[in-house]
Every structure is written in C-alpha cells, then in structure tokens.
Design a protein around this ligand. Structure first.
Ligand code: AGP
Length: 617
C-alpha cells in the first residue's frame, strides 16, 4: 500500500527519489519522507501529507527556512547533492499518519535508515524487547523496530546484507524493504517477503521501487525480487536469485496526458484496453476462446465441476459477473466470494473446482493468502491478474493476464472491464468443451468483438451523463438496483460512487426491494436502475414504477426503448448480446460516479482513507 523508492548512482539522488515518489503516490498518500547520505551523514526529511509537501519541506530547508520543521537527523541541507538515498510514501497501518510515523525510520545513532512496505506482525513484542534493552522508540510504527534490530546486528565485520538477514530472523510478517547505512554508503540492501519490490538496472546506477511505475522513466530492465530474497545493490552491480526481465510499458502510460485525472483517463482507455484483452484470444474457426495461459487441455476443462472466483472489492464484483457468465454460458455451477472471507473460514477445498484469483494489482494480501491456502490444500487455482510479475500472478503460475495497462486511479475501471471480458472468454471456452453449439459460441465471439466500439459510443455520450451527474450530485444517498446479470454491476456502481464521491450508496437486487429497502424510498433517495433489454425487461420496468410510486427519483440505464417519462433521467447504452450487456452497463456508472465526485470537488484519484494496492490485512 505504501510506495518505496531507492537510488544509488552518480546523479543527485533527491530529485530522482522525489520524482519516483510522485509516480508511486497512488499507492499511499498520508505522509512521505526520504533519507539521503551526504558528507557521511544521514539526512532524513519527513512530512505528513503528500509528496508535494515533502518537496516544499525540502526546498524550505535549502532556503534556510527550517524553523524546527526538519527531522532531528537532518542538518537542514537535505537536498545538497547526495548520490544514494531511499524514500517512501505511506498509507498508515501502525500509528497515525503524522511526521514522526512517516518513513524512513532510523536507529538511535542515526546510522541506519529503513523504508518498509507491509506489516510486521510481532511488532509489539519486538518493540517491548527493544524498550527493555533501553532503546528509546521515537515512533508508533512497526518499521522503526526493524531499524533498531538491523543496527543491533550491524557489528564490526558484518556486512549490511548479513545484518539485515540476521535482523529478519526475528521478524514475522510481510515486508518489502530498503536499508541505507552510512557505514556502507556504496550499497543499498533490499529484502522482500509478501510486498513487492523491483530493481531497475541502469547504466552505472540502480533504482529500487515497489512498483515499475517509478522505474520506467529510467530503465526497462528490471528484476522482480522473489519472496524471501535479500540482496545487495550497488551502482554498478547487484546479485539476485530472480532474473532480469524487460518491462512492457512506457513512461507515458503512467502520465495524465490531456486528462485532469487518471480515473477519467482510464475510463477512456477502456476500448483500447479491451481490444488488447481480446487480441488473439477469439477463435472464429471453432467459435471459442483461446486462453493458453490457463494451461488446461479439453479433458481437464471438462472435468471442472464448479468455478469459484475470489477477489476483493471491485475484483470480487467482477468475479460475481464471471460467475453469472460461467453459469449461463457453460452451465457449470459458479460463484464468487470475497477472498478475505474465504481465507478466514477454513474453506472446504474441492479438487474438482476451478478457483480463479482475481486482482488488478496482483498484490492484494487477502487474495494472495486465499491462493496460498488453496494451494496448500491441493486446490486448482488460476490467476486473473493485470500486473505481470506480481505476487498473485507468480503464486498462481497459470491464468489470464488482463492486459488493461497500468491502472493508477484508486478506483478500478478498465481493469474491471477486462476482468469481466476475460471471464466471458473463460465461460465461452468452458461452454464450448461442453454442450454449447458452434452457433451459440460464434454469437458470443462476435458479441465480444463488438464491445470496444460499443464502449466508444457510450464514451462519446459522456456530456449527457455529466449533466445527469450534476443534477443528482446533491443527493446524500443513492440506491443501485439490478437483477441477475445486473446485480454485480449494481454492486460495482454503488462501490464506485462511494469510493470517489463519498456519497452513501447501496446496491439491492430489484426483487429484494419490497422486502425492506423500499421503506427508504422518498424524494431524496435517487435510484439508479439497470434495465437491460433482456427477458427481465418487464420486471425491471415494474421495479421503476414501484420506486416512482413512492416518490423516488429514478435514473434508468438501459439498452431498451423505455416508455417516455418512465424515469427522471435515462442513460442509453447500445444493445449487446444479453450475456455481455453487464460490461456495457458498468461504463455509464463509472462516468456517473466520476462526474458526481468532480461536481463535489473530491480528490478523485486519491480518495480519502484508501490506497491502490491493499497489501495489508
Ligand atoms: C476498486 O475501485 C477498489 N479500489 C478496490 O475495491 C479494489 O478493487 C480491491 O482493493 C482489489 O484490488 P486488486 O484488484 O488490486 O486486488
């Protein structure tokens, strides 16, 4: 959830670190800090708030306006030229998001600095032990304990890497960490267990980051550290067990370009992202899908008796969409469950079930742990992951890459669309090795192929949705109503609105309204009702009438020709194959959430209290 950067080379480290932190800020944004070595001293600068606040703090220091604001271990000249350093942008887990708890953390002597992503589970115990030994802990964090432990191990004749290894023997939990030591200024030591860490290989310089987003502007050659790896990185060399690989991304993929924020940029990237997900995977000859990455032959595909999708948040809702698709197209029982619940309830793991771990980041700890639990019990699990080289992708070994491209906004949009499209292809594949006819298969193949252009048509109508959003932006609560195929879409629509606008939103199945929630309907409770032109059209129209009869305003999202004036506002979507229509219904809900949030002046890409990758429990 936090962002980590490290640099060692010839350049001035401070601007490199600041730029890296800026590109990682979406991972966590409640405080930031960096440590550099200059003239044999460690200079640490930290601040509550954003990376821009850290930048301001550093320039204040340079201009001599320190006013007691700098951390105790800096001499106020923190952006004098240093060629080695580490930085961090934080999403608080232990201790409130203030300057003291911001990373880097140091030992008492100010010799060693550590930035850390993850959670040290036995932190309380370690902190108590350190206190008993007379160590004065400055912060409330788990990470500070690491700095003191490493310092205690860093005796004479002991390499920094060895000191880190020894310290980590006392530690339980997850970490991606980078360690800087003024007595070993020509190296950084990195370690990974559960939280991502990537090395960027430069020419006579090396970069470290928790995400390639901070590396691509400098190099395409990277090493994704494996779990359990501890390595020493110097400007001109490194030694890791994992091998280098080339990143398939451009610096521009991580930039806003002409857009004001990433959420809107990523909504508009959906047609292209979807084309990438479909490319080479639709088979007209046999009217099926080709998903080589799942590595299952027709006989193995036929032996699957059940499919279960596991993910968190929007990935879970995408899994729900997948379950509906698998049941409809392949006639195999299917379901979805939050990965977090699954891992804690000692699940019965069925050897004939195909489990699908769904994750944009590939880092979500709850999903990763669910995968590990499944593998431990001999379950058959594949990944549906966006980030190549991520922990979940590696742990699963086989699966479907989503090819959505980098998703920076905390609110997931294009990744969710590609998840649903990937599950439609999986359902098609499973259906075609069973009883689905070639004609039925071809209908889905053509339907999938039409989707990117249909999304383009909807995006062209953004202004109308923005206008509707402005009309309803004053609402304090909203309902999202869907039925069967529309139900996961309604849940995702409510989630998106809550997340970016902070408007309270609830999703209900249309059929459930009369069992309770209808009591909440009045003129101040708008309902967004999903009305696909399918066999449930008449029922959905009657749902709208029930809401209108109680004075509730209705926004209908529909591919049908609804009676005039049925709803207070109508968002038209193109007509797709009925099973695929949820993918289209979802897009206007993204735009609605976006424009309501924009009207309310929210920080759309970085909603309060959230972070992009949830690498903690
Ligand atoms: C989506 O808008 C949310 N930010 C969140 O629910 C997210 O989908 C969830 O945390 C899972 O993330 P993942 O796909 O990276 O595993």
């Amino acid at each position: 959830m936090c962002g980590i950067v490290g640099y060692i080379g010839r350049r001035d480290a401070t601007p490199v670190l600041l730029e890296g932190l800026r590109s990682l800020e979406y991972r966590g944004y409640d405080s930031a800090g960096l440590a550099v070595v200059y003239r044999n001293k460690l200079h640490v600068t930290k601040t509550a708030g954003r990376v821009q606040d850290l930048r301001d703090r550093l320039s204040d220091n340079t201009n001599g306006k320190t006013n007691g604001k700098t951390n105790g271990k800096t001499n106020g000249k923190t952006n004098a030229k240093a060629t080695v350093g580490i930085g961090h942008t934080r999403w608080a887990t232990h201790g409130e998001p203030n300057e003291t708890n911001a990373h880097p953390h140091t030992d008492t002597a100010g010799r060693i600095a550590v930035v850390h992503n993850g959670i040290i589970e036995n932190a309380e115990q370690l902190r108590d032990q350190l206190a008993d030994q007379g160590v004065k802990l400055a912060s409330d964090t788990d990470t500070e304990a690491l700095a003191h432990l490493i310092a205690a191990e860093a005796g004479e004749g002991v390499t920094l890497e060895e000191a880190v290894r020894r310290a980590l023997r006392h530690v339980e939990g997850t970490y991606g960490l980078v360690v800087l030591d003024i007595l070993h200024q020509n190296e950084l030591v990195v370690a990974r267990n559960g939280s991502p860490l990537v090395l960027g290989i430069g020419d006579g310089e090396m970069f470290v980051a928790s995400d390639v987003a901070a590396l691509v502007r400098h190099t395409k050659q990277v090493v994704y550290l494996g779990d359990g790896e501890v390595a020493t990185v110097r400007a001109a060399d490194y030694r890791t067990v994992s091998r280098p690989t080339t990143v398939d991304a451009e610096a521009g993929d991580y930039e806003l370009g002409a857009f004001a924020d990433f959420m809107r940029k990523e909504i508009h990237e959906q047609p292209e992202a979807l084309r990438r997900a479909l490319r080479g995977r639709l088979d007209d000859r046999f009217s099926t899908a080709r998903l080589g990455g799942i590595n299952l032959d027709p006989r193995q595909l036929r032996s699957i008796r059940q499919v279960k999708f596991l993910g968190c948040g929007s990935a879970y809702y995408a899994g729900q969409m997948g379950a509906v698709l698998v049941e409809e197209l392949a006639r195999i029982p299917a379901g979805a469950e939050p990965a977090s619940e699954f891992r804690y309830r000692n699940p019965v793991v069925d050897p004939d079930t195909l489990y699908v771990a769904v994750s944009q980041s590939g880092e979500t700890l709850d999903t990763l742990m669910a995968v590990q639990e499944l593998r431990r019990k001999g379950g058959q699990v594949i990944g549906a992951v966006n980030v190549v080289g991520s922990a979940i992708g590696r742990e699963c070994g086989t699966g479907v890459f989503l090819h959505a491209g980098p998703e920076i906004a905390v609110a997931s949009t294009k990744a969710l669309t590609n998840m649903a499209a990937s599950f439609a292809m999986l359902a098609l594949l499973l259906g075609r090795v069973r009883d689905m006819s070639a004609a039925a298969g071809q209908r889905i193949v053509s339907g999938l192929r039409a989707l990117p252009h249909q999304i383009e048509l909807m995006l062209a109508g953004e202004d109308e949705i923005a206008e509707i959003a402005r009309r309803f932006a004053a609402a304090e609560h909203m309902f999202f109503i869907g039925r069967v195929r529309g139900w996961p879409v309604a849940r995702e629509g409510a989630q998106k609105l809550k997340e970016v606008s902070y408007v309270h939103a609830e999703a209900y199945q249309a059929s459930e309204l009369k069992h309770g929630p209808l009591a909440l309907i009045n003129a101040t409770m708008p309902s967004v009702v999903l009305v696909p032109a399918d066999e449930l059209l008449a029922k959905n129209i009657s749902t709208i009438e029930q809401i209108k009869a109680r004075g509730g305003p209705v926004i209908a999202v529909t591919s049908a020709d609804l009676p005039a004036d049925l709803a207070d506002a109508t968002i038209r979507i193109p007509r797709a194959e009925p099973e695929l229509e949820p993918l289209l219904l979802n897009v206007p809900l993204q735009l609605l959430a976006y424009h309501i949030a924009a009207k309310l002046g929210r920080d759309i890409d970085k909603p309060r209290n959230l972070a992009k990758s949830v690498t903690v429990e």
